[in-house]
Design a protein around this ligand. Structure first.
Ligand code: PMP
Length: 428
């Protein structure tokens, strides 16, 4: 393997960012410095987010929208400020188009059940893709089974991008909704969301974007992209778990029936009926994720300070480095397209070593945390002819030296497994 080219440090975010993340500087792996490359699953939190959460609990916490006492007023104000902060972060027109949910999965289920239940009829089509996370497949399968709608799936090109020729061919007057990820959590492919939205609208369909893997890493503008729904999760963007966002255009959200029933989502309740509240309360039944939402807002502030463009650029540099080095490793197959078409993650598979075993040794012996499995994209793995893969995913705190550790670790684990294989053969 040739030595890696030196990286122009000015192309990267400052390494001092790492000081903001206590867990990266803690002793997680008993002596090993932690190389955390599992950011597509969930990211770590900076002190600013941890402090924001702790501050609410220590100074401002009460249930929101209910009491008239001081703490309830304070927590309500913080919660609604968080909504406004997210609105501005994604370029939405109105704060009431931003619904707090438990996460991307919950957001997509809300649309499938509420919008789908109201608008899908037998024979209607929902167009999705073969690269979707289970969260953007199963809810559509469920509502299709209930309504008689049919699911269609856009296939891949040979290099792991969406086949837009096939998208054009599959999009038709029966298509009522297009549900697509902006970035594949397995292939890393960045999909052409603006083009998809334009074409879907021309065909009379609405567009839901699963943006779990793009909102944390690149600037989002829902009005410029003209998407109808957008789903993402706080925990993948330096925020707490247990909170996510459903963005929806006002006209759609207004016309949709409430999804969950209970407190807060009503205007008036009688013993045998209710009238729903206005947006956004209509879709926030029960006590919402108050503190997670406020923590998510602190994460938005942090990302804004660093800058989404700088983050994206930093990840591109790391991705190119990792891609070039991985491409030189014999017996390793990179899934998905060339670096120019992908975001900051790379999944790969080995000919003779299972991803789980591989990731375990990489963690235990080299302190490198990567993901192994099907990453909730079983149909995609089946299509690629492999049961599982290993995924390294990057974020603003990762450094080129950590890519070196990953590559060194892979080479060593590979030779350990090769040695084991030879021993096993000799014994037979
Ligand atoms: N969609 C994509 C593309 C994802 O990567 C994930 C998380 N792995 C999800 C949806 C689901 O997100 P959550 O578990 O936060 O609901």
């Amino acid at each position: 393997m040739s030595a890696r080219p030196t990286v122009d440090q000015s192309a990267l975010l400052p390494a001092s960012l790492r000081d903001d993340f206590p867990i990266l500087n803690g002793d997680v792996l008993a002596g090993h410095p932690l190389v955390f490359l599992d950011n597509a699953a969930s990211t770590q939190r900076p002190r600013q987010v941890i402090d924001a959460i702790s501050d609410v609990y220590q100074r401002d916490y009460a249930n929101v929208h209910r009491g008239i006492h001081t703490l309830s007023e304070r927590s309500t104000e913080l919660y609604e400020q968080a909504r406004e902060n997210v609105r501005s972060f994604i370029g939405a027109k109105h704060a009431h188009e931003v619904i707090f949910t438990p996460g991307s999965t919950a957001s997509i289920n809300l649309v499938a059940r509420s919008w789908g239940g109201e608008n899908l009829r037998a024979g209607d089509e929902v167009l999705t893709t073969v690269m979707e996370h289970h969260s953007n497949l199963v809810p559509w399968q469920q509502i299709a089974a209930q309504t008689g709608a049919v699911l269609r799936h856009v296939p891949l090109t040979d290099d792991g991008r969406l086949d837009m020729g096939q998208f054009d061919a599959l999009l038709c007057e029966r298509t009522k909704l297009v549900a697509v990820a902006s970035v594949s959590n397995t292939l890393g492919t960045i999909n052409p969301i603006d083009e998809i939205a334009r074409k879907a609208h021309a065909a009379g369909a609405v567009v839901l974007v699963d943006a779990a893997q793009s909102v944390p890493h690149m600037a989002t503008d829902v009005q410029a992209s003209d998407v109808d729904f957008l789903a993402f999760s706080g925990h993948k963007m330096l925020g707490p778990s247990g909170v996510g966002i459903l963005y929806g255009k006002e006209s759609h959200l207004d016309a949709m029936p409430p999804f969950l029933g209970g407190g807060s989502m009503i205007n008036e309740v009688r013993l045998d009926s209710f009238t729903p509240a206005a947006l956004p309360a209509k879709f926030e039944a029960g006590t919402p994720p108050i503190v997670p939402a406020i923590g998510m807002s602190a994460a938005v502030d942090y990302l804004n300070r660093v800058g989404l463009e700088a983050i994206h650029h930093h990840e591109q540099v790391l991705t190119q480095l990792a891609y070039d080095a991985l491409a030189q490793i014999e017996g390793l197959r990179i899934l998905g397209p060339a670096p120019e078409y992908r975001a900051g993650l790379i999944s790969f598979a080995f000919e003779r070593i299972h991803a789980h075993e591989f990731a375990q040794v990489l963690n235990d012996q080299f302190g490198v945390a990567v993901r192994a499995g099907h990453h909730c994209t079983q149909p995609l793995h089946a299509l690629l002819g492999i049961p599982a893969s290993t995924r390294a995913s990057f974020y603003l705190y990762n450094r080129p030296e950590e890519i070196d550790r990953l590559i060194e670790g892979i080479a060593k684990v590979q030779s350990m497994f090769a040695l084991k294989g030879r021993r096993r053969k000799r014994k037979q």
